[in-house]
Design a protein around this ligand. Structure first.
Ligand code: NDP
Length: 251
């Protein structure tokens, strides 16, 4: 198989994983955070888990990127900077800011790590090699609209992560109702922001790998947002009635 064939096969695999994930999450709540429970094998500190499972998105993406034929092109470098903006935050800053004490199953870490190796590979491969963008791509409406969505989504989920973190005092482990920012409209604006961000990436890169990642993110986070919403409504009788799970006024 030639390199386009391999790329197509790996992108197809990511779409299949998205479908499998969406179906599995209809029955199973991913066992970390508020749904952590026994029976999922050994656990490790949450902070270490996040670094281990997300850092391939920095390391593997960078390694594949530097071996790409278009690694010195302006557009490739701009897209690299966008990717790293997100993943340096997610792999290193977010775990550093997390409240200590949480744990997560090693199994979740291993599955997420494997997914991130695949996802970083196909996205870097496109951006630095197969995409072959001319500099004029930076003024194309698809790139501009995608970049706006990407950064808007990034701001929303980083702000929402910050709001959630501030709900607990040091040493506290319970849950409160979050207010303000995107929480005025939905229970999981961190997920809404993340999904918008990766559809922005799909548009800005105009790539099969970008679309596969946006679809996967939705398959992974939409069921969890719906579960979070039901969980809040069960536990907090005063939970704001007009708040939705993921999409303001709709879902
Ligand atoms: P959650 O919203 O479940 O939790 C985020 C953090 O906030 C956790 O530390 C959690 O504590 C804490 N928290 C949440 N709600 C409350 C509350 N009501 N009161 C007090 N503390 C609260 O997000 P995830 O852990 O699932 O995800 C974290 C980030 O990673 C998100 O921004 C998400 O978008 C991103 N992500 C992206 C994925 C993708 O496919 N691209 C996949 C998974 C996550 P605790 O852990 O104790 O519940």
């Amino acid at each position: 198989m030639n390199s386009i064939g391999w790329y197509g096969a790996l992108v197809a695999l990511e779409f299949v994983l998205a479908a499998v994930t969406a179906v599995a999450l209809l029955w199973i709540k991913a066992p970390y955070g508020r749904y952590q429970r026994g029976g999922w094998g050994p656990t490790i500190p949450g902070r270490i888990g996040w670094i281990v499972m997300e850092s391939p998105s920095v390391v593997v993406f960078s390694a594949v990127f530097v071996s790409g034929a278009h690694r010195d092109d302006l557009v490739a470098l701009v897209l690299l900077a966008m990717w790293l903006c997100h993943y340096v935050y997610r792999a290193f800053v977010y775990p550093a800011l997390m409240r200590p004490g949480s744990r997560m199953p090693l199994l979740i870490v291993a599955l997420a790590l494997a997914f991130n190796v695949l996802n970083a590979t196909i996205n870097a491969w496109w951006v630095a090699d197969l995409g072959g963008y001319a500099d004029s791509w930076l003024t194309d409406p698809r790139f501009l609209a995608g970049a706006v969505l990407f950064f808007a989504g990034l701001v929303v989920h980083v702000r929402s992560d910050h709001t959630l973190r501030r709900l607990r005092s040091p040493g506290e482990t319970g849950y409160r109702i979050p207010y303000g920012g995107g929480f005025r409209w939905v229970s999981s604006p961190n997920y809404t922001g993340e999904i918008v961000q990766w559809f922005g990436w799909a548009l800005a890169t105009w790539s099969p790998a970008g679309l596969a990642f946006a679809v996967y993110t939705t398959a992974n986070l939409a069921p969890r947002a719906i579960d979070h919403h039901a969980w809040y409504r069960d536990r907090f009788p005063d939970y704001p009635a007009d708040r939705r799970a993921l999409v303001p006024h709709l879902l």
